[in-house]
Design a binder for this molecule. Structure first.
Ligand code: AVI
Length: 349
């Protein structure tokens, strides 16, 4: 079951670039937009056994808005824990570089936690080049403009692309050491082997002085985890159900959202929270533009997301598999979340 990363043929180096101002350049790779992709994934996933939908499709405008809301929920400790670690250690991170750096970020979104590092790096080195990579062109443009307003000595190259294409573009930024951010435990939405493989390709794009700063959520008790993914206000339920709403909006689906439940289960052995949508009854749902009717049995599930959690040993194992060295690791006060600084392993670079 493929979730976040897509394997595609190597794309042609085709990109369109718009210079917005002296301090802002936006680059968009051609393969960034593929209007048929969602339709194909829905057809494949809803005719499979068991049914599934890849979690990368959560993030249309409504899904991105709901995700921002999730990040502020009392039960979703991940964002707060990561933010507190960054606040406590941003200066130490900035001091690890002796001169100006390029700060790159994968899946930057609204870049809210990034500000902490931007400020520390600007305070230490005076100037900063920020290179956010995100699939959403509109989010990139909006957050880049806001950052440039706030920070006069900042320069931005914003890349609207998927991670792999973004990395290829990023590898061309060679004039300064890079600090690459991959925050929010986004790595958790990849299978463990996929995560190692992706990090290895990321490591191959790094030069010896470059560093990767990655937020990784930790294994912990079932209660804390299941509440984090099934909050009392039902925001995560709406986020999950938005996948069906998106099929209705974009593909002429006739899902009745009220007849599906949101379920979050911690699979302790695999160390992952699993999200499902569960059909409350036997039903058949037409999806017009796919010319498809999807049958559901009562209690039949659609797998929508796995969110892998790591032990400290598993983080070391991940680093080893990817050819990275864990240079420094910080945990929050309750030891729920980790922020990790990796260097390319000396024998690999
Ligand atoms: C984006 N990703 C790291 C989130 C997570 O925790 O796996 C997505 C999420 N799904 C439900 N709540 C948050």
């Amino acid at each position: 079951m493929r979730r976040q990363l897509r394997k595609r043929p190597e794309p042609q180096e085709s990109e369109s670039s718009v210079v917005q101002s002296e301090r802002l350049r936006l680059v968009r790779t051609q393969s960034n937009v593929d209007p048929g992709e969602f339709a194909r994934a829905v057809e494949v996933g809803l005719t499979a056994k068991p049914k599934y939908l890849p979690c990368r499709f959560f993030y249309d405008d409504e899904g991105s808005r709901l995700f921002e809301e999730i990040c502020e929920l009392p039960e979703y400790y991940l964002t707060r824990a990561e933010r507190s670690i960054l606040r406590d250690h941003a200066q130490e991170i900035a001091s690890r570089f002796s001169g100006p750096v390029t700060l790159a970020e994968l899946g930057s979104g609204s870049a809210s936690k990034t500000r902490i590092l931007i400020e520390a790096l600007l305070a230490r080195h005076g100037a900063l080049r920020y290179v956010p990579v995100d699939i959403s062109h509109s989010m990139l443009e909006e957050s880049s403009r806001a950052l440039l307003e706030e920070y006069r000595s900042l320069e931005i190259l914003a890349i609207a692309a998927e991670y792999r294409e973004g990395l290829r573009r990023l590898a061309r930024e060679t004039n300064r050491p890079k600090l690459i951010l991959w925050l929010g435990s986004n790595v958790g939405n990849l299978y463990r082997e996929e995560a190692a493989e992706f990090l290895e390709s990321l490591r191959r794009s790094m030069a010896p002085p470059d560093r990767l700063l990655m937020g990784i959520d930790l294994r912990k008790d079932r209660d804390t985890l299941e509440h984090a993914y099934d909050d009392a206000r039902g925001v995560t339920a709406r986020f999950n159900l938005n996948l069906l709403a998106r099929i209705n909006r974009e593909l002429g689906g006739r899902f009745d959202l009220a007849s599906f439940d949101h379920r979050a289960v911690y699979n302790q052995e695999a160390g992952r929270v699993e999200l499902y949508l569960v059909s409350q009854k036997a039903q058949a749902v037409p999806i017009e533009s796919l010319d498809l009717v999807v049958p559901f049995k009562k209690n039949e599930t659609i797998d929508t997301e796995y969110s892998f959690k790591y032990s400290l040993d598993e983080i070391q194992g991940l680093a080893f598999a990817a050819g990275l060295t864990l240079e420094r690791q910080w945990l929050d006060r309750k030891q729920r979340f980790s922020v990790n600084l990796f260097a390319p392993a000396a024998d690999k670079s």
